[in-house]
Design a binder for this molecule. Structure first.
Ligand code: CMX
Length: 127
């Protein structure tokens, strides 16, 4: 199931205002130190949109913005078992970005599939 769509931005507050005018409210704003980002989550029914603002230049989101500009950063899919999903993709030769699950926003455990193996879109797996 699609869990959230993440958008990389230098100014989450400014982008949030646009969505608030559309009638959506920020549900949670959370710093995720392991990913060096502040994540702002807006609920859109069963789906969330997440604005990712880097907290430092060494953040992978800062690098993504410098290289690719602001905009779509990743699609996140909820999985029942992250270890099982990681095995499935690893066995198919699809590159995982971390050897082991990492802590993500909302207490989730996360990993990523390399965009080069996914049609140019970074995919997050979250449990
Ligand atoms: N979406 C699609 N493609 C992307 C991308 C993104 N967000 N970020 C980088 N890429 C592409 C690059 O354009 C490049 O493509 P080409 O080889 O065709 O030129 C390729 O991936 C490799 O890019 P790179 O510059 O060599 O590598 P980076 O140092 O930018 O790292 C990536 C890319 C995906 C490995 C890195 O961003 C990463 O480890 N991401 C996972 C962690 C993360 O994104 N965390 C964000 C917060 C998560 C959260 O809390 O929700």
């Amino acid at each position: 199931m699609l869990d959230h769509i993440a958008i990389a931005t230098r100014d989450a507050a400014a982008v949030r205002r646009v969505y608030e005018l559309l009638g959506f409210k920020a549900e949670r704003i959370e710093e995720v130190p392991s990913q060096k980002v502040t994540a702002t989550l807006l609920s859109m029914g069963g789906l969330h949109v997440e604005f990712l603002e880097p907290t430092g230049e060494e953040s992978s989101v800062a690098k993504a913005i410098a290289r690719r500009g602001e905009g779509l950063h990743h699609l996140a899919f909820a999985v029942a078992s992250l270890e099982q999903a990681m095995r499935l993709f690893r066995d198919q030769g699809i590159r995982l970005l971390y050897e082991t699950p990492q802590p993500g926003a909302g207490g989730k455990r996360i990993n990523f599939l390399h965009p080069g193996d996914c049609g140019g879109v970074l995919i997050e797996l979250c449990e």
